[in-house]
Design a protein around this ligand. Structure first.
Ligand SMILES: [Zn+2]
Length: 245
């Protein structure tokens, strides 16, 4: 079974009935979680009973990408059957940000931490992470296994590194928070839907999954804008959506 399940799609905060950023990537027997923003853990647990996952990747320390790492840590910490630590691949600020919520429990009791950016072997995947422009250190990630490449931009701004990150990816997941013409500012910390399409085209990606929508925004508009710059299939991420890979 090779598929990507969308746990959450909102940027900044989760609107009613939705969650912030999060994805579950399954490759045969291996379950890799990409980001765990607000309200994603209850959704993850519906797919992975007992929090039974193999590794977690967190792109950066903003809470719409890592808040429910706290909830997962507590699920691991307090559950009756203490299990092996979960490998956690993240930028340097993530652990401190989430640990600050805990009065006494130590996240390092339940997670084994590996630093991003960098390259790691994660189960069947090679994980390659590069820094992308954002308000805080932010890793864009590319996971590759035989017959499959999935890339994820997080909610970074546009950058030349996006083309190799998503090169020939089966699926390029891009945070496309903005609509209309991109703002005239430098540096840029977020992307528009049109830019998401442009970078998917430059990467030669097969499919584009738009995510990290501003709450209550018109997602159909984002798809239309991305289609103006990307000729392949454009999909709007939606909670519970399963993308076969
Ligand atoms: Zn962010």
């Amino acid at each position: 079974m090779r598929r990507l399940t969308v746990l959450g799609t909102c940027g900044a905060w989760p609107q009613a009935g939705r969650a912030a950023s999060g994805f579950l990537l399954e490759y045969d027997w291996f379950r890799l979680v990409l980001d765990l923003g607000y309200a994603t853990l209850p959704r993850l647990l519906t797919y992975c009973e007992g929090g039974d996952i193999d590794a977690v990747v967190i792109t950066h320390e903003h809470p719409d990408h890592c808040a429910d790492l706290s909830a997962l840590g507590r699920e691991r910490y307090f559950s009756d059957d203490r299990r092996a630590r979960v490998p956690l691949y993240c930028t340097p600020g993530v652990i401190g940000r989430v640990q600050a919520m805990e009065p006494s429990e130590d996240l390092l009791d339940v997670f084994s931490v590996y630093r991003l950016p960098g390259t790691h072997q994660v189960g069947p995947f090679q994980l390659d992470a590069v820094l992308l422009p954002h308000h805080v250190p932010h890793a864009g990630v590319r996971v590759t296994a035989p017959g499959l490449t999935v890339a994820y931009s997080g909610d970074a701004g546009p950058d030349a590194a996006l083309a190799p990150l998503g090169a020939c990816a089966s699926l390029f997941v891009i945070g496309a928070t903005l609509q209309g013409p991109p703002p005239d500012e430098d540096p840029r910390h977020l992307m528009s839907a049109t830019e998401a399409g442009t970078w998917a085209t430059r990467a030669g990606a097969q499919r584009l999954l738009l995510t990290h929508f501003w709450p209550d925004s018109d997602r159909a508009r984002s798809v239309t804008e991305a289609q103006s710059t990307f000729a392949g299939e454009v999909i709007a991420a939606d909670e519970g959506l399963i993308v076969p890979l």
